[in-house]
Write a protein that binds this ligand. Sequence first.
Ligand code: DGL
Length: 287
Amino acid sequence: MSLAARPQPPASASPVGVFDSGVGGLSVLGALRAELPRERFVYFADTAHAPYGERGDAYVTEHSRRVVDTLVREHGIKALVVACNTATTAAIHVMRAENPELPIVGLEPAIKPAVAGSATGHVSVLATRGTLASAKYAALRHTFPHPERIRSVPCDGLVAAIERLDELAIDQLCAHYMALAGPFGGDAGETDTVVLGCTHYPLLQDRLRRHAPSAVRFLDSGVPVALQTRRLLAAAGLLQERARPLDDAWVALRSSGDAAVLQSAAARWLGLRPSDLLPDRPQASTA
Ligand code: DGL
């Protein structure tokens, strides 16, 4: 694979790249759009190779590198948001080493705010097997005084069910994994906070909530990642300052699989309209 340098240095008008194994990163894209409404984005779903979460680090690293290479070479992105917990844990160090000049924001399960705001001290983390088995996750968990109170629930099959929009499987898996995440409540030993440690899961938040009392809090990483992206862009002098109409096209959608499937997922999960869409390939310069 060629990892050639980008053709020209990115400017503040260049897009921010956002990538995930599939449609899950759309949950992060929504938070990015809300925080950075002047920016343009290019969202890459590596659907042809999803799901990442049950496949091992070498596979995830190889495909993540290819996606970043495409975003840098073909779109000249000015920053990258790895909107995938699994790719962050497996490959962010490789992406950073290979693109030292590119600001890169990764994700980690929102355990810190979960533990800080928990009255019982018991939180459950729903995530992929890959994320939960990683050294990064183990290290994060052990920064807390009571790691044994952080329950890890690997949700095998859930990402695949979301990608193929298998409603029955989604419902069954949500019920199954939420049963493993409990018992819920506000008494000693009960879980009062659920961390959505995979970017696909916030898309299902309403369905997951059906299986827990209404007082249980659900946390994901979308907003903190959007804030961190703003900080990195500002520090690099790459924030888009130019005001433009908020209804301008603002995002290009690219998929290694079926582009139409990604587009309808973006309409369903993000309310994206055709007028929001930039061309999915950069237009040739007329200069
Ligand atoms: N959205 C990815 C994450 O946050 C899903 C990984 C997968 O493809 O299994 O981990």
